[in-house]
Design a binder for this molecule. Structure first.
Ligand SMILES: *[C@@H]1O[C@H](CO)[C@@H](O)[C@H](O)[C@H]1NC(C)=O
Length: 330
């Protein structure tokens, strides 16, 4: 008895159709691996096409700087995170598309910034609207980390900053914790005691947020919420504590003088105006019994899962393609 087989011509057509798509599938997944501080030279993106790169970022307190130095043509830069492995000019992406070379700093204060793999696309812009016309782009790529820049004053670890209160107003600060294996104390120091400072005591509020740059007293945050308590402690074992950036507000809480029958016990606004204080951040590293945590991802979703998912899907598709090709060619 004869087993049923596809006619040879049909097998041939199927193989011919499948092989290119299998090849394209493997090609589509290729990113050149970048290393911090090592320039990748002699790179080429063909006219109106993309060259793709990736880099693994683990430092939550440093900004990411990507430089594309042009040799020829008009390269532009687009950067994304998983699940978008192939950023283009129409993607939701960080980008730099100046004339000539590109120099992009991605702020680690950006709520979309998370540790993990960053995907980098260099597009060779071609057209009659650029001097370089239809030249392929030739360039080098250089990635470094740089100290973070943000409009709020940074309180360095084990550091102190002075300030003065404004009535019912907020002063903003920030700090960054590089590792979860640490205990943090944020301390607000000022004269809170009417006996010690009868005519210039004040009860400012201290607020610490993970996600809100300018947190107010009702926002999702840690706070003192009491005159007795003057510091906020974040312990390594606290499930809400992650490495990364924190935002601090000092609120000039006070009672309007007209609602203040006894100035020695109501915290009047006249005393709070321009009242001096200092704010400090203390860090103590924990060496024993601490499993390091990755920074909290507020916007990014679960990176690890996507990466794993992509490689599993690729593997399954490739095995499937090879099996079909082998079966059909028998
Ligand atoms: C902060 O001070 C603590 C205790 O003195 C010390 O163990 C730690 O290394 C210091 N950390 C930094 C970043 O200065």
């Amino acid at each position: 008895m004869e087993t049923k087989r596809l006619p040879p011509i049909l097998s041939f057509v199927l193989v011919a159709a499948l092989v290119p798509s299998c090849i394209r599938l493997t090609e589509a997944q290729q990113h050149n691996e970048l290393t911090f501080g090592q320039r990748l030279v002699n790179q080429i993106a063909k006219c109106n096409e993309y060259a793709y790169y990736k880099i693994d970022v683990s430092e939550p307190c440093q900004d990411l700087r990507i430089q594309v130095d042009v040799i020829e043509g008009e390269p532009n830069l687009y950067v994304s995170k998983s699940p978008n492995l192939y950023p283009t000019y129409s993607s939701l992406a960080w980008s730099s598309y100046d004339w000539g070379s590109e120099d992009l700093v991605i702020s680690s204060w950006d709520p979309e910034f998370t540790a993990g793999t960053f995907y980098i696309g260099v597009h060779a812009y071609c057209g009659d609207d650029v001097d370089t016309g239809y030249t392929d782009a030739r360039f080098s790529v250089y990635v470094t980390t740089v100290p973070s820049v943000h409009p709020h004053s940074e309180i360095s670890l084990n550091g102190t900053l002075p300030g003065t209160l404004s009535v019912n107003g907020y002063n903003y600060y920030r700090f960054c914790v590089p590792s979860s294996c640490s205990n943090i104390e944020v301390l607000l120091t000022n004269c809170v005691d009417p006996k010690a400072c009868p005519t210039d005591y004040a009860w400012p509020e201290l607020i610490v947020s993970r996600s809100i740059e300018q947190p107010s007293i009702s926002d999702h945050s840690w706070k003192l919420a009491s005159v007795e308590r003057r510091s906020i402690s974040l312990r390594y074992s606290d499930p809400d504590f992650f490495p990364g950036h924190y935002f601090v507000a000092i609120y000039g809480w006070c009672t309007p003088t007209e609602n203040c029958p006894d100035l020695s016990s109501c915290g009047p606004c006249t005393y709070a105006q321009n009242h001096p204080y200092t704010v400090s951040v203390f860090i103590e590293e924990v060496n024993e019994g601490c499993v390091p945590k990755q920074p909290l991802e507020l916007c990014g979703g679960n990176q690890g899962f996507h990466n794993q998912c992509n490689s599993i899907v690729l593997l399954v598709m490739l095995s499937f393609c090879s099996i079909v090709v082998i079966l059909l060619s028998c």
